[in-house]
Design a protein around this ligand. Structure first.
Ligand SMILES: Cc1cc2nc3c(=O)[nH]c(=O)nc-3n(C[C@H](O)[C@H](O)[C@H](O)COP(=O)(O)OP(=O)(O)OC[C@H]3O[C@@H](n4cnc5c(N)ncnc54)[C@H](O)[C@@H]3O)c2cc1C
Length: 460
């Protein structure tokens, strides 16, 4: 690929870009990567990792409360927000350095600047430097959107700012019903804030199984989170030291912080896509084929900027597949089916495969197996909580096509269940697997009776 300054220019040093750059370099390519903010991207700097650290912090409250029933006296616990944030920031800085070292060791030239395309082979850096590349990979990720402009929207924060608050807000309003909204509701509530969640739809967690949605809401409310659905914030006013959110329908909620977790949009603006002949898809992301190739033959796009399945492991897999396809001589498409997903809310959710509604719409016959039970740990702690375990089965083939869990360690369980679902395990395979007792996971292999729908069962 002589005639070019580099074989590959990667725009964006997040989960997908870093993996693609490293693997392309290992395949022998001369690679340059531009990152305008911090190496590691959303996941490492202001997504999955710091979020999970805050989730861990928030869950100590329930552990301390539950400990009493087990004989512990933990009456005098104290929590310090600045300590948590400082320790979290230290860990994120360590990870950022580790990502940078990984790139350097692989021989990737790192430029810490914004980059944009001027044509299909030319990248212009913020300092004016131009780099000619045989191939270009767009891995610019996504950014939070705050929805329709409303009066006072400038007072709302997104998840980006929530990671850096100086103090724990005593009262928080979160607008949104997706996983980021629910996770921050759990974080703030666990750490001691009074939380109101406002969501315009009928119920939270759109796209998840209806049983899961109902169960999570019920359990969140038991933990003291106020959930208001069917309304949204119409205006935000600043008072002397706080904010007041006026909701559609007339209600008002006072809060020390108002956070909007109302979705994310692919970072496609001002990166020269038009100049390079790269088309945008209906979903707002860069349009790509199954090999992540865009409408320009030498330009590829991976991760959140394509708005396919916006999760870190997916971006990483797409980055690796790109490198194998273009520089490894092994064309590799990524399978976006049966991607396990989790919501680290309280209670936690793990899900893989079809929801019951999706299965009923697609399959001639759907069987559902469901258990809702009090976990053993809650017996001595006295905590009012239940676990939900649900299998969705193709009634004709007996294949387990969906698995949904709500409760402690749901995410850990679903990662393993995803292997079985991917291997096309049948319900008979699940039944033939010996239970591991006493666990929550054993319910996955001991579900014997076909179930009615959640609402009917709950009413019975
Ligand atoms: C609060 C939150 C929690 C999340 N939790 C999870 C989770 O638990 N599990 C999970 O799997 N996923 C989670 N995600 C999603 C996950 O973070 C993303 O799917 C993942 O980071 C996408 O990787 P990416 O490489 O596509 O983009 P990103 O990681 O966003 O990286 C893109 C990079 O490109 C840089 N960039 C953008 N434009 C330019 C430019 N023009 N020039 C130079 N650099 C540029 C950005 O600064 C950024 O560093 C979470 C996201 C958020 C916001």
């Amino acid at each position: 690929m002589s005639g070019y300054d580099v074989d590959l220019f990667v725009i964006g040093g997040g989960s997908g870009g870093v993996r693609a750059a490293r693997m392309a370099a290992q395949h022998g390519a001369r690679v340059m990567l531009a990152e305008e903010y911090r190496v590691g991207g959303t996941c490492v700097i202001r997504g999955c990792v710091p979020k999970k650290l805050l989730v861990y912090a928030s869950r100590f409250r329930a552990e301390f409360e539950d400990a009493a029933g087990y004989g512990w006296d933990v009456a005098h616990v104290k929590f310090d927000w600045p300590t948590l944030i400082a320790n979290k920031d230290k860990e994120i800085a360590r990870l950022e350095a580790a990502y940078t070292t990984t790139l350097e060791k692989a021989g990737v030239a790192l430029v810490k600047q914004r980059a944009a395309l001027t044509d299909a082979h030319t990248v212009q850096l913020a300092d004016g430097q131009r780099v000619r590349a045989a191939y270009i990979l767009i891995a610019t990720g996504g950014a939070p959107t705050l929805g329709d402009p409303i009066p006072g929207i400038e007072h709302a924060i997104s998840s980006n700012e929530a990671f850096h608050l100086q103090q724990l807000p005593p009262q928080v309003l979160i607008q949104g019903g997706g996983y980021v909204a629910l996770e921050f509701a759990g974080i703030f509530a666990g750490l001691g804030s009074r939380v109101t969640l406002v969501y315009r739809g009928e119920n939270i967690l759109r796209g998840f199984d209806d049983d899961v949605r109902q169960h999570v809401r019920m359990d969140m409310e038991k933990r003291g989170i106020r959930v208001l659905t069917g309304c949204k914030v119409a205006a935000i006013e600043r008072t002397e030291s706080r904010f007041v959110a006026r909701l559609t329908g007339g209600a008002q909620v006072a809060a020390d912080r108002i956070m909007f977790a109302t979705g994310r949009a692919p970072n496609v603006a001002k990166i020269g896509l038009k100049e390079a002949g790269v088309k945008i898809a209906d979903n707002g992301g860069v349009a790509v084929d199954e090999y992540s190739r865009s409408s320009a033959a030498n330009i590829y796009a991976i991760g959140d900027v394509t708005n396919r399945v916006n999760l870190t492991p997916v971006a990483i897999r797409e980055g690796a597949a790109f490198a194998d396809t273009v520089f490894g001589g092994r064309p590799t498409a990524v399978d976006h089916t049966n991607v396990p997903t989790a919501v680290f809310s309280d209670p936690e959710v793990g899900a893989v495969g079809l929801t019951e509604a999706e299965a009923r719409a697609r399959l001639p016959q759907t069987d559902v197996y469901r258990a809702m039970f009090r976990p053993l740990k809650a017996t001595l702690s006295g905590r009012d909580t239940t676990v939900l375990v649900k299998l969705v089965v193709d009634g004709q083939t007996d294949r387990v096509v969906g698995c949904h869990i709500v409760g402690e360690a749901a995410a850990e369980m679903i990662q393993v269940a995803a292997v079985a679902v991917r291997m096309k395990a049948t319900k008979a395979d699940f039944d033939a697997t010996m239970a591991l007792h006493p666990t929550t996971a054993e319910e996955l292999v001991t579900l014997r009776t076909k179930s009615a729908s959640y609402s009917r069962a709950a009413a019975e």
